[in-house]
Each structure stands twice: as C-alpha cells, then as structure tokens.
Design a protein around this ligand. Structure first.
Ligand code: NAP
Length: 307
C-alpha cells in the first residue's frame, strides 16, 4: 500500500476529546453544558440506530441530551409546535430532527421551523446562506462536509491552490463541501469542480484532482486509473453490498459496506485515502457535537475559532 490512510475513527476521537475538555471548562466557569435534543419520528431501524449513537456520544461528552421520540402518526402541526417549544427552551442549544420523516410531513417546513441559531445540522436556509458567504458568517457548517474538511486539514494536506474535484451535488455533501473549499482561509482556497451524472468525461475531471471527494452513492464508481498519483481521495460513499456474520456474534448478520472508490486498487495510486467504513462516517457525529458546543459558546459570547 502506498497511500496514507486517513482514519476518521482516530481524528474523530481526537476532536471528541477536545470537545470534552472545553465542555468541562465551560461547565466550571459558567455552570452550563451544551444541550442537544434529537427528535425521532416513528421507528425506522436505521434512524433509531443513528439517534442512539448521537445520544450516546452527547452523553459521553457531558452534554445534556434529550431523546424525544414521537409516534409515526404525529401531525405536522404537533411536530412544528414541539420544535417551537425547543426553540424557546434555554437549556437546549442544538435541535436535530432525524430525517427522513414520514410522508405526511413536509421536511422543508420542519427544517425551516428550527431556530437557525439552534440548527446544528446546518440545513436551515439561513445557515446554507451563511455557509455560502463564508468566513465569520458561518455558524453551523453541515456535519459531513465539516468532517471532510477536518480530515483534510488534520492530515496536513495543502488545499490552497489545489485542484479539488467533488463527485456529487447533493445539498448535504457535494454542494456544501465544494462551497467550503472555495472560501478563503485554512482548509480552503482550492479551485473546485463539481461533477454529476450529466458531466461529460467524468474520468478526465477526476484525473486532474489533487483532492478527489466522492459522494455519489455508487459502489466502486471511481476506478484506480481515474486517480492522479499522490492525490488525496476522500470516499464519502456508504453502500451496503451484502451481509456477513458479525465478528463478535457469528449468529448475527451485519452489512458489508463499500465506498464509491475501488479502495484496494486506489490505495496503490493515491497519496492519502479514507477507508469505508472508518473514514468520513465517524466524523459526521463528531461535527454535530462540535456544532452543539459552538451554539452554546455563541450564546455565552465565547469565540469559536477552529473548534
Ligand atoms: P445523493 O443525494 O443521492 O446524491 C448523489 C450525487 O451523486 C448526485 O448529485 C448524483 O448526480 C451524483 N452521481 C450519482 N451517480 C453518479 C455517477 N455515476 N456519475 C456522476 N455522478 C453521480 O447522495 P448523498 O446524500 O450526497 O450521499 C452520497 C453518498 O454518501 C451515499 O453513499 C451516502 O450514503 C453517503 N453519505 C455518507 C455520509 C457519512 O458518511 N456520514 C453522510 C452523507 C452521505 P445527479 O445530481 O446528476 O443525480
């Protein structure tokens, strides 16, 4: 293997420890801790496992965590009223509504109902706008793109002047990470191309990339010959391609996950590469926690800097 592995598990852990330290200091000085509420509607198994992990992490960091489970048939009106209650609750600094929501509820209306100053997912149009403006304006960078940027920065990869190519233009990954990389400053100042299903010569664009970020949701889409030797490859894709018996409990089946990049071949060409799982994945929850801490700090008038 020639590429250096960028481990989200290790970098995420490092950041969680920084958050724990800061949370303890704030608690000692101001007597408050970050408060995060996760609202889960219904009982989608994937959503339950995401929410459980978020709550567990918040608990571990010393946050006040509230898991608010609502039945699948809650009306849109009642859900909006619940959000309003948390908007007004001073002990809550971050509100997360686990998506997707049942079909009878308009997700856009729900996201728009969250106070932008508690929107730790960074999906509210006000926060999307703040991200677009960049610099001091940014309050809550969306979690997966923020995690990608941290992986790049903490691995010592130069972004200034780099050719970055982003495969995918979703609102939660492709567009925001591209936007973050074109801003001025640390972990940015790159020249960015976004490619998608209508792009001609996808391979040629990828071959130019010093930093290649792939968020398409297509297993093995990026072939090794599309990678510039020495490039930094960030594979955001998480694709279930089958099942296997669990290591700890062979009676239990667990999903086999693959990224959007042909990892085994790509690692012989790239300079840096993220594995799947264990690359971008663990960073998303870490950044959610950082945004919740940021929200409290902003309330207390403490500057956030890089944390
Ligand atoms: P999405 O909303 O489905 O968007 C996929 C994007 O990729 C679209 O813009 C699509 O282009 C583009 N695309 C798909 N196939 C392509 C192809 N053959 N060539 C070029 N472009 C192609 O997906 P997403 O929500 O951004 O997620 C992408 C992947 O990242 C998924 O595997 C998801 O599970 C994973 N993910 C991981 C995390 C995490 O690790 N924490 C978080 C979020 C997402 P068009 O716009 O033209 O259709």
């Amino acid at each position: 293997m020639t590429a250096k592995l960028i481990k989200g598990t290790d970098i995420g852990e490092e950041i969680l420890q920084e958050i724990t330290t800061e949370t303890t200091q704030i608690k000692e000085k101001y007597g408050v801790v970050p408060g995060l509420v996760t609202i889960l509607v219904g009982s989608n198994p994937a959503s339950i496992s995401y929410v459980t992990l978020k709550i567990k992490t918040a608990h571990r960091l010393g946050f006040q965590e509230v898991q608010d489970n609502q039945p699948a048939d809650i009306s849109e009106k009642d859900l909006l009223a619940l959000i309003d209650r948390y908007n007004k609750d001073d002990s809550i600094h971050g509100i997360l509504v686990q998506l997707p929501l049942p079909k009878h509820i308009d997700e856009k209306k729900v996201i728009n109902a969250i106070d932008p100053d508690k929107d730790v997912d960074g999906f509210h149009p006000v926060n999307v706008g703040r991200l677009m403006i960049g610099g001091e304006e940014v309050k809550f960078p969306p979690c997966t793109p923020a995690g990608i940027q941290e992986l790049i920065v903490r691995s010592g990869i130069e972004t200034s002047g780099a050719e970055a190519v982003v495969v995918g233009r979703s609102n939660i990954v492709g567009k925001p990470i591209a936007n973050m990389l074109i801003q001025r400053g640390k972990g940015a100042d790159a020249t960015v191309t976004i490619v998608h299903t209508k792009t001609k010569n996808l391979a040629d664009h990828c071959k130019r990339a010093d930093i290649l970020i792939v968020a398409a949701g297509v297993p093995g889409l990026v072939k090794p010959e599309w990678i510039k030797p020495g490039a930094c490859v960030i594979d955001v894709g998480v694709n279930r391609v089958g099942e296997k018996p669990s290591k700890n409990d062979p009676q239990k089946m667990v999903p086999i996950l693959k990224g959007d990049v042909d990892f085994d071949a790509a690692k012989e060409i790239a300079g840096y590469i993220t594995p799947v799982p264990g690359g971008v994945g663990p960073m998303t929850i870490t950044m959610l926690m950082r945004n919740t801490l940021r929200s409290l700090k902003s309330r207390l008038g403490i500057q956030s800097g890089n944390s």
